[in-house]
Design a protein around this ligand. Structure first.
Ligand SMILES: [Zn+2]
Length: 212
């Protein structure tokens, strides 16, 4: 038997219908005709890092795919079920977004699990998924040398974003869109504790975005 709908969700839905949806009725009617989001955001599934909240984006602005540790998987041809790659293909080829942003975050549990050598990580799906980050972990280790787990995790968060940005560019249709229509590829990290946003700059460093 199906369980009853959870009260927390239903209460929230009712607030939404009476609040935002009612207030933005015209905008929703317009959105029903179709979407033209400007950016694809690849973010972590972590419940604390909602891209629409962080970028104060209205419905219709962001095409979002979230997964554990905001990873872009490597190009894998020959079929298979590739949720992130499918979302990427749709956003770039069909929606023709202007940019793709890989957005990591501070205190990422997935990154920490990889930094700690996959200690206690379930092995059916999560382990193989997080192993995508292993080359980034080796690079992070080599760059910072002897470090605590917290320091390594924090650095790996940034290095992993850079690696995901590079893997994005390896998708042939992404490379084509960069060459043909200047598709922009971005990386950033949001810090939950203090709200800081660091943006991957041209020289490969992360620069804090000023708040005014
Ligand atoms: Zn995370």
């Amino acid at each position: 038997m199906q369980p009853a709908a959870p009260e927390t969700l239903i209460d929230g839905y009712r607030r939404f219908r009476g609040g935002r949806f009612a207030e933005e009725r015209a905008h929703y009617a317009e959105l029903a005709e179709g979407q033209t989001p400007h950016t694809l955001v690849i973010a972590c599934s972590d419940s604390r890092v909602d891209p629409a909240a962080i970028f104060d984006a209205a419905p219709g602005e962001l095409f979002v795919v979230r997964n554990v540790a905001n990873l872009v998987p490597p190009v894998e041809e020959g079929g298979g079920l590739h949720g992130v790659s499918a979302a990427l293909e749709f956003a770039v080829k069909v929606l023709k977004v202007r940019g793709v942003l890989v957005m990591g975050h501070g205190d990422c549990g997935g990154v920490k699990a990889c930094a700690s050598g996959m200690d206690g990580v379930p092995t059916d799906y999560l382990g193989p998924w997080l192993s995508t980050m292993e080359p980034a972990r080796e690079q992070a280790r080599a760059q910072i040398g002897e470090a605590s787990l917290a320091e390594l995790s924090s650095h790996l968060e940034l290095v992993s974003i850079e690696h995901s940005v590079e893997r994005l560019k390896a998708f042939p249709f992404v490379a084509d869109a960069i060459a043909e229509r200047n598709l922009e590829i971005h990386g950033a990290r949001f810090s939950i504790a203090d709200g800081k946003l660091e943006w991957l700059a041209g020289d490969g460093r992360f620069e804090t975005v000023s708040i005014r």
